[in-house]
Design a protein around this ligand. Structure first.
Ligand code: HEM
Length: 416
């Protein structure tokens, strides 16, 4: 039996706020270990990193999600009683509901809708001197996901709804005004979507079978009952909000094409299957999810370390995506690394690891990848643009982060 190395600080919450995405990685380097004990918000926690750590973290016999999400994250990012907080058969049943929306036909449907909005936005952008890609992508995705999901969205509310979904995500590593904005945004969205669920159920609004709105409104729990209205709203928002969040990845994709223009050329010349590899490398290289948490279910021993029931354990997502043990020259942006990638489910984990249906791996991972591939196609093959002088730096201590300017594109023209 070995004792898990201990962080010397009594509580590391302030250091987490300072070091952000690099918090676990820096502590690992300082302590010379892949696993350490600390306190976050006064709560004892174990932080760990590495492929084997991910394998054990996603073992649902050893870990549960009940009790893992802090209240402040439930009030902003996740909502209460959603799929993220469930375990066992309740989780499985709810996750099946989400995965039923991710069948190939349904994903194709999303891409068709998203494509039509790209076309409309290009018409609009051609008339403007410059645009901020992040803001535009949020609105474009908000329209696309609402159409796809069967959620009516009036023209005059697009901007506010898109910003609200953005604010929920923007709140996840925040204290103060950003947290407060995320909380207000969630309240507004839950009221809006809660009312929609009621109207779908009582027949006032008709939505097509197979859409997210229909599937979630009429989903039955293990006890045979419909989801509580508020929980149904949380789950439909669990489709809408993260789809709008793909705007961050689209912005980082544009940044990658700007910083590494050789890939633009290679993709234009149609050599190999570079688009998907570029998308995978964007998800690996650029920061989005810093870490995920779970609670030890029952006593177990791993590598000689004892894990006690009820302990919070954090898995280092960003650190693992930049770990030289897992990725050669992790600081290099190099999409070709995926040519011979073995597809291990515990190494490329920007949207969680393990398995989609049985575990907590992101339900929208395939949709995210396909949406990003389409964005690459539009940015490279369908338009030309200029990148004016601007601040494209992003801070690793801000969670979530983004290029400061939001990525300004100028003089956008549609290619014939
Ligand atoms: C879970 C990231 C897009 C729906 C997750 C998790 C992460 C994540 C890190 C948690 C994994 C874990 O707990 O171990 C992302 C990122 C996205 C994205 C970075 C891109 C912007 C999407 C999309 C959807 C979606 C487009 C739906 C259309 C979900 C759901 C869960 C989840 C429902 C909960 C799964 C569960 O608890 O079983 N995502 N996601 N996400 N994501 Fe995503």
């Amino acid at each position: 039996m070995t004792t898990i190395p201990k962080d010397k600080n009594f509580d590391s919450s302030l250091i987490l706020l300072r070091d952000g995405y690099e918090f676990i990685q820096k502590k690992r380097e300082k302590l010379g270990t892949d696993i350490f004990r600390t306190r976050l918000m006064l709560k004892k926690a174990i932080c760990m990193s590495g492929k084997e750590a991910a394998e054990v973290f996603y073992d649902t016999e050893k870990f549960q999600r009940k009790g893992a999400t802090p209240k402040r994250v439930q009030k902003t990012l996740f909502g209460q009683k959603g799929v993220q907080t469930l375990d066992n058969s309740a989780h499985r049943q709810r996750k099946e509901m989400f995965m039923s929306l991710m069948k190939p036909d349904s994903l194709r449907g999303f891409l068709e809708i998203q494509r039509s909005y790209w076309e409309k936005y290009i018409d609009k952008w051609e008339k403007e001197e410059q645009i901020i890609l992040f803001n535009e992508a949020q609105e474009l995705l908000c329209r696309a996901v609402c159409t796809w999901s069967g959620v009516p969205l009036r023209e005059e509310e697009v901007q506010q709804r898109a910003r609200d979904f953005g604010a929920m995500v923007d709140a996840f590593g925040a204290i103060g005004p950003r947290h407060w904005r995320g909380k207000q945004a969630r309240k507004r969205a839950e009221k809006w979507i809660g009312n929609l669920i009621k109207e779908i159920r009582n027949g006032k609004i008709h939505v097509e079978k197979g859409t997210a709105a229909h599937t979630i409104a009429f989903h039955r729990e293990l006890d045979g009952k419909f989801l509580d209205t508020q929980v149904a709203a949380v789950e439909l928002i669990n489709v809408l909000r993260p789809t709008v969040a793909i705007a961050s990845y689209i912005t980082f994709t544009a940044l990658a094409l700007h910083r590494y223009p050789q890939y633009k050329k290679k993709i234009l010349s149609g050599k190999g299957n570079l688009t998907e590899m570029l998308v995978q490398e964007v998800r690996r290289f650029y920061p989005f999810t810093p870490m995920v948490g779970a609670i030890v279910r029952k006593d177990f021993e791993w590598k000689g370390y004892i894990f006690k029931p009820g302990t919070l354990v954090m898995l280092d997502i960003y650190g693992m995506l930049h770990d030289p043990e897992l990725w050669e020259d992790p600081g290099e942006f190099y999409p070709e690394r995926f040519i011979n990638w073995d597809g291990n489910p515990f190494t490329l984990i920007p949207q969680g690891g393990g398995e989609h249906l049985h575990g907590h791996r992101c339900a929208g991972e395939w949709l995210t990848i396909e949406s990003m591939k389409q964005a690459v196609d539009f940015l490279i093959n369908r338009i030309t643009y200029e990148v004016p002088d601007q601040d494209l730096t992003f801070s690793l201590s801000r969670m979530p982060t983004l290029p400061s300017s939001g990525f300004i594109l100028g003089k956008i023209k549609r290619l014939p």
